[in-house]
Design a protein around this ligand. Structure first.
Ligand code: FAD
Length: 302
């Protein structure tokens, strides 16, 4: 229901313009500007965490807007470099924000500009994964980018039936792969409808990635999966530096610090920018408690 509401223009403009939205958004989004993003990165890095930054904006249907997104990433990367944060902070990019819906080649060229800037800054790029209609296109663009920048990271979604095969195929030397459950509303033909099935698929993919030669990045807040990942990593002889945990900004911050204190690499996904609506709605859809938090804030302020 929330994901459907997210596509409704009236609801969208109501939420986006409500004054209270700003307070709620700040729990999950670092701010609107490059300076906000860099300041949040500094705080996280100083507390022992690594970071991946996402300039919010998706489903771009305008080449100029796509180019503006690329400019925002380039500016961010220059600042990360100038502030000596690039060894602990990389960027995450949604191809739909840089033109994938218009033309795959445009998205490839735009993503390549971001990769060049990342290389110059001394850091890496991970391509976020969006709904299943874009999976093949995103993996094609990833393959092209990796010819020049083998460090470009991929994301796989455990809820897709195809993913264990993709995980096995991508688990090669030098290959950075983020595994998440998946955040889009998908049909049963391509995705497991049942959360227990998604969790089983996640564990199959954990094993495939740990058994391979790549660098797995396990993105989840799920306590049970985090425990299983730790156990499976030990079975596969992976030292803490041989894989990482990833979580979202503002979600389970104490757990992020606990895992880091145990010597693990923990990377926080930090979204920033003016286009926070779609991102916020996906976080609401995942967890009724977040929606209640939001509704309570609206009701007590209005
Ligand atoms: C670093 C990172 C990158 C991601 N990149 C992508 C991507 O490229 N493509 C994509 O489709 N999805 C992506 N996701 C989202 C992911 O697919 C899930 O939708 C999201 O992580 C929730 O799944 P979970 O594994 O945490 O498990 P869940 O079963 O959703 O949650 C397990 C527990 O975690 C806590 N929790 C989870 N979500 C929330 C929340 N919103 N607020 C508060 N507590 C919560 C709760 O304690 C909950 O019981 C990413 C997630 C992370 C952490």
């Amino acid at each position: 229901m929330i994901l459907a509401a997210a596509r409704n223009d009236t609801i969208r403009s109501l939420v986006a313009t409500a004054p209270v939205s700003r307070d709620v958004v700040s729990r999950f989004v670092a701010g609107e500007t490059t300076a906000d993003a860099v300041a949040a990165t500094r705080r996280l890095v100083d507390s022992g965490l690594a970071v991946t930054l996402d300039y919010l904006g998706e489903d771009t249907t305008d080449a100029i807007q796509a180019a503006n997104t690329v400019d925002a990433y380039v500016e961010l990367l220059e600042h990360l470099h100038a502030e000596n944060l690039a060894d602990r902070a990389e960027v995450s990019v949604k191809l739909s924000a840089v033109g994938q819906l218009l033309d795959e080649k445009l998205a490839l060229d735009n993503a390549a500009r971001i990769c060049r800037a990342a290389q110059a800054a001394g850091t890496t790029v991970t391509l976020d994964m969006e709904d299943h209609t874009t999976t093949d296109s995103t993996l094609r663009v990833l393959g092209e980018l990796r010819r020049t920048w083998p460090w470009v990271g991929a994301v796989l979604q455990a809820y897709l039936r195809r993913t264990v095969d993709d995980a096995t195929r991508l688990a090669t030397e030098g290959s950075r792969v983020r595994l998440c459950k998946g955040a889009y509303s998908e049909p049963e033909t391509v995705a497991y409808p049942d959360t227990a099935e998604v969790d089983k698929s996640y564990v199959r993919c954990v094993n495939a990635l740990l058994a391979g030669e790549g660098y797995p990045m396990f993105a989840t807040h799920d306590p049970r999966l985090i425990r299983i990942i730790g156990e499976r990593a030990r079975v596969h002889g992976r030292e803490p530096g041989g894989f990482e945990y990833q979580m979202l900004f503002g979600i389970r911050p104490e757990e992020q610090l606990r895992l880091a204190r145990l010597g693990n690499t923990v990377r926080v996904y930090v979204p920033y920018g003016g286009e926070w609506y779609g991102y916020l709605m996906r976080r609401m859809a995942e967890r009724p408690a977040n929606t209640m938090f939001f509704l309570r804030a609206v009701m007590t302020r209005s």
